[in-house]
Design a protein around this ligand. Structure first.
Ligand code: ZN
Length: 154
C-alpha cells in the first residue's frame, strides 16, 4: 500500500464511529465518557453497542407486578407492565411499547436474517428486537434486554 492510500483508509476508519455524540440524532445526546459513567460495563455493551444479554439472566423475566419499564439510558417510560408476557425465550417480552416511546430500524448484523431493532425514541439506546410471533392483540414480540430497562412499580 502506498502512503497516499494508507492515509485515505486511516481517515475513513476514524470517521466511521457509530453512536458518537457528534453523529447523535436523538433528543438526549451524551458523549461516550458520559455514557460510560452512567452505565455499568454490561449495560454499556447492550445499550450503546447493541450486544444482547445472555438469556435467562435478567431478574425482570420474573417481574409480574404492575408498573412501568423505563429506558436505562434516559429514564423515559418505554413499556407498561400490562403489555408484558412470558415468551419463554429467557428475555423480558412485551406485545407493544408505550405510545411514542420507541423507534425501530433494520438490523442486518446477522447474515441469514434481517431483524427489526428497537431503541429508545429519546436517547437512541438499544432495547432489543421486535418479531412477528407475539400474542394478541398486536401479534408482536418485543424481545428486550433486561439490562436496557429499569422497573418502577406504581
Ligand atoms: Zn432512552
Amino acid at each position: 500500500m502506498n502512503r497516499r492510500a494508507f492515509l485515505t483508509s486511516s481517515c475513513a476508519a476514524l470517521i466511521a464511529t457509530p453512536l458518537s455524540a457528534a453523529s447523535c440524532q436523538f433528543e438526549i445526546c451524551r458523549s461516550d465518557a458520559e455514557w460510560r459513567e452512567r452505565l455499568s460495563e454490561n449495560e454499556y455493551t447492550v445499550l450503546r453497542e447493541e450486544e444482547t444479554e445472555q438469556p435467562f439472566t435478567s431478574p425482570l423475566n420474573d417481574e409480574k407486578r404492575a408498573g412501568t419499564y423505563q429506558c436505562r439510558g434516559c429514564d423515559l417510560p418505554v413499556y407498561d407492565a400490562a403489555a408484558k408476557y412470558d415468551s419463554e425465550t429467557g428475555w423480558p417480552s412485551f406485545f407493544e411499547s408505550l405510545p411514542n416511546s420507541t423507534g425501530t430500524r433494520q438490523d442486518r448484523k446477522l447474515v441469514f436474517q434481517i431483524r427489526t431493532e428497537v431503541h429508545c425514541r429519546r436517547c437512541g439506546s438499544h432495547l432489543g428486537h421486535v418479531f412477528d410471533d407475539g400474542p394478541e392483540p398486536t401479534g408482536k414480540r418485543h424481545c428486550l434486554n433486561g439490562l436496557s430497562l429499569a422497573f418502577v412499580t406504581v
